[in-house]
Design a binder for this molecule. Structure first.
Ligand SMILES: *[C@@H]1O[C@H](CO)[C@@H](O)[C@H](O)[C@H]1NC(C)=O
Ligand SMILES: *[C@@H]1O[C@H](CO)[C@@H](O)[C@H](O)[C@H]1NC(C)=O
Length: 148
């Protein structure tokens, strides 16, 4: 028996409302910038950047105030472009131990919305090849398959 696709989509956190790149890579000592696009209607909600593979347990590093003002804490900053519906996160002076799964998300009543992003920091001297990451794909959706 096949579960209807729409049910799967609805059961995933925020996959229809916010999306970012599946993965990004950076070099130790450099900075990494991630852009997440969200659907209109969420402009004035607070946006956040969270670290940890598990959605429920991830640690929020920075959170906007619901305005476009950039918020910075330690090496991480987050900004929200409300007229173009995207948030931008920059992590500076990255280290290899910053490698992890992160989430960009939107605070709302009930369950927040979020999209997972794999961030990998390579040692200094690694040659990063330029790659195009799909901006319309979504890890949460593409990794789901259901049969029987
Ligand atoms: C929002 O993004 C657009 C397009 O990239 C840019 O022209 C505009 O200046 C940005 N607004 C803010 C407040 O950063
Ligand atoms: C991560 O690595 C840096 C050095 O590259 C070190 O100073 C820091 O303590 C490490 N952090 C953790 C949590 O291991």
């Amino acid at each position: 028996m096949q579960l209807p696709l729409v049910l799967l989509l609805l059961s995933l956190p925020g996959c229809l409302s916010i999306q970012g790149p599946e993965s990004v890579r950076g070099l130790e000592g450099g900075s990494v910038t991630v852009r997440c696009d969200y659907k209109p209607r969420w402009e004035t909600y607070r946006k956040w950047w969270c670290r940890g593979a598990y959605w429920e347990l991830c640690r929020t590093l920075v959170r906007t105030t619901g305005s476009q003002l950039e918020v910075k804490r330690d090496r991480v900053s987050i900004g929200d472009n409300q007229s173009h519906h995207f948030l931008t996160v920059t992590m500076e002076k990255v280290r290899q131990n910053d490698t992890d799964t992160y989430w960009c998300g939107i605070s709302k009543t009930g369950r927040d919305l979020g999209a997972p992003i794999r961030v990998t920091i390579e040692p200094e001297g690694t040659l990063l090849t330029t790659a195009c990451y799909p901006t319309n794909g979504h890890a949460g959706v593409s990794s789901v398959s259901y049969s029987r």
